[in-house]
Design a protein. Sequence first.
Length: 364
Amino acid sequence: MSVIIPLPRERFGLAPTVLAKTDAFSVTGWRTGLGIEMLAVETPRGRVEMLPYMGQMLWDAVFDGVRLTMDSAFCEPRPAQVIVETYGCLAYHSGLLRNGCPGPQDDHPLHGEMACATMDTAYLEIGEDGQGAFVRLGGHVDYIRGFGPHYRAMPSITLREGTLIEMAMTVENRSALPMDLMYMCHVNFAFVQGGRIHQAAPFTPERTRVRREVPAHVQPTQAYTDFIERLAKTPQDSAVLDHPEQWHPEQVLYIENPRADAQGESHALLERPQGDGFVMSWRPDQLDHLARWILAGEDASVAAFALPSTCEPEGYTAEKAKGNLRSLGAGETARFATRFGYVTAAQTAALARKISEMTESENV
């Protein structure tokens, strides 16, 4: 059972206002001085900030005193049409017609039109289900072009009483023609010096493949090129983030065919030196590609150690040539869901063992 609370834009004023309060959650809304509507959900263990009308972006999250979000030059969200104009968030929906870094033959924005899409509606849903109490941000945006694509995107972010976040996207093709579909759940965790990455696939050149293409926004150095060649031969060297200078400029790797558990989920983990960590879970039958983006720069640092997607992030033309585009038929609907967040030291140790056993089971 749940209750829906509409969130029209006029409900967001400059002064923070409590929009809903339960035993488990407190939800506050306001509009920033730059005109961005924001929601904050506070729980006994943390605080999560979201942008209900800008692509339903997840701006920031702190659990048990640990900030999950990348470091950047953006101290607050800024009005934006494309993601690079406000690149400081924890997570956003990348896609949907186009995704990734545009190549020389592409004309689409970095990571597509959905990341900063102006939502048509937003709402809160508060209730209880088989997993307990929850609060959910939802809404929709209709993308429609004369003589072109027409779809409805329905993103959502669900919080429960723990330290995990559920982020989902439903997209319905409302056109009479098929539409191309490219989607990535782009979660930008903080760079953790000395952090160890656990993945449900071996760190071998065949299963952990370094990106050799250099995107237009990267200025390669000899050290950068040498590191690419080193990772191509020994990707195990990417498992521990112990030399931040090696990750500037950015490096991207692709993890091939990660294993799933008995429930159909795969998991990746970034273990912090303190013993706790960050986790990402998804279903490979929904999102059958996995990328990794690591950067430790002066103005931005990020450990996006698990980016589940329907394709690689090399832009429309390149992904089409690889056969990585999906097609959504007229009237059809696609659904994607991920779960990510913070895990305690005990949870981290248990999940690390599980991931190791998932990987070792390939050899049984």
